[in-house]
Design a protein around this ligand. Structure first.
Ligand code: F6P
Length: 332
């Protein structure tokens, strides 16, 4: 009988619980046994396994966060830590592990498979949407909607006070969230790490807007952007504050800055994320039933697809320049 361990790892993302529910219920449907691991890889090392029944995952499809908890685990980065984790898995007769998480978690999983022969399947769940082999990661759609809700409210104040707002969006290395939310929220400018913008370009855009009678502006900034407006990281903790000040200095205008921070990660998953998570969770179990492993689940043009972990991690998801260009045209 197939005995599968499942854990969540890295930053939480809305829809992780829906994926867990699908794994447990499809696993039992396929006559397997599912054991949940608490606290990510740390739980593997600490031997924290809980046998799951269909009822164990009742009432969680709508919940954000992860009921399994998640953690970053330094010990698992070492071969000794991974050996301990594998020993616990073997002692519990678990030969396969499903990891719901992001790229760092999959790297750890790939090593566990290579060094210890544990079969691993990864399910991409991150609001950064920065994993290859899938059009979208679990949690991204919900986070886009969360940002849009916040920006709608900010826009009320921006228009009422005729102000410039700089809104900082999560995304340390990638700008997918800022890009999609920026287009959907009607931002005047979108700054992402992949496409550097100068202060001059930003001010010219503001000027252009003022000349046609626009009196407010929303500038969306991914937290990972750099640029000539952000030369000294010790002075400004975040690029949004640096940009707000640089615009004030250069144009003599009042700006307001808001960092949306962790409110972007929580919340009930959207319909799209629940469907994606349910399909990916069930697909992960199906792959293991077919004796396949070392794979990441994906959805490409609405079809389920599996890609090897190595390939998915080496595929840099591409920023869609058409979206960036369109958001610029529509905000002129
Ligand atoms: O990877 C998801 C993410 O939310 C990033 O966008 C962000 O930079 C980071 O996690 C924040 O991590 P932490 O919750 O550890 O501060």
């Amino acid at each position: 009988m197939l005995k599968i361990g499942v854990l969540t790892s890295g930053g939480d993302a809305p829809g992780m619980n829906a994926a867990l529910r699908a794994i447990v219920r499809n696993g039992i449907f396929r006559e397997g046994e599912i054991l949940a691991v608490q606290h990510g890889f740390q739980g593997l090392i600490n031997n924290q396994f809980t046998p799951m029944q269909r009822g164990s995952v009742a009432d969680i499809i709508q919940r954000g966060g992860t009921v399994l908890q998640t953690a970053r685990c330094e010990e698992f980065r070492t071969p000794e830590g991974r050996a301990r984790a594998a020993k616990n898995l073997r002692e519990n007769n678990i030969s396969s592990l499903i990891i719901i998480g992001g790229d760092g978690s999959f790297r750890g999983g790939e090593l566990l498979q290579k060094e210890q022969g544990i079969k691993v399947i990864g399910i991409p769940a991150t609001i950064d949407n920065d994993i290859g082999g899938t059009d979208f990661c679990i949690g991204f759609d919900t986070a886009v909607n969360t940002v849009i809700d916040a920006v709608n409210k900010i826009r009320d104040t921006a228009t009422s006070h005729e102000r410039i707002f700089v809104v900082e969006i999560m995304g340390r290395e990638r700008g997918f969230l800022a890009l999609y939310a920026g287009l959907a929220a009607g931002a005047e400018s979108i700054l992402i790490p992949e496409r550097p913008t100068s202060l001059e370009d930003i001010c010219n855009k503001l000027d252009h807007g003022f000349q046609r009678g626009k009196k407010h502006s929303i500038i969306m900034v991914a937290e990972g952007v750099g640029g000539d407006f952000y030369p000294n990281r010790a002075l400004h903790k975040t690029p949004a504050y640096a940009l707000g000040e640089a615009i004030s200095d250069k144009m003599g205008l009042e700006t307001r800055v808001i960092v949306l921070g962790h409110l972007q990660r929580g919340g009930a998953p959207s319909a799209r994320d629940r469907i994606l998570a349910s399909r990916m969770g069930a697909f992960a179990v199906d792959l293991l039933c077919e004796d396949k492993s070392g794979l990441i689940t994906g959805m490409v043009r609405e079809e389920m697809k599996a890609t090897s972990i190595g390939e998915a991690l080496s595929l840099e998801p591409e920023i869609n320049d058409e979206i960036l260009k369109l958001s610029h045209i529509l905000s002129l």
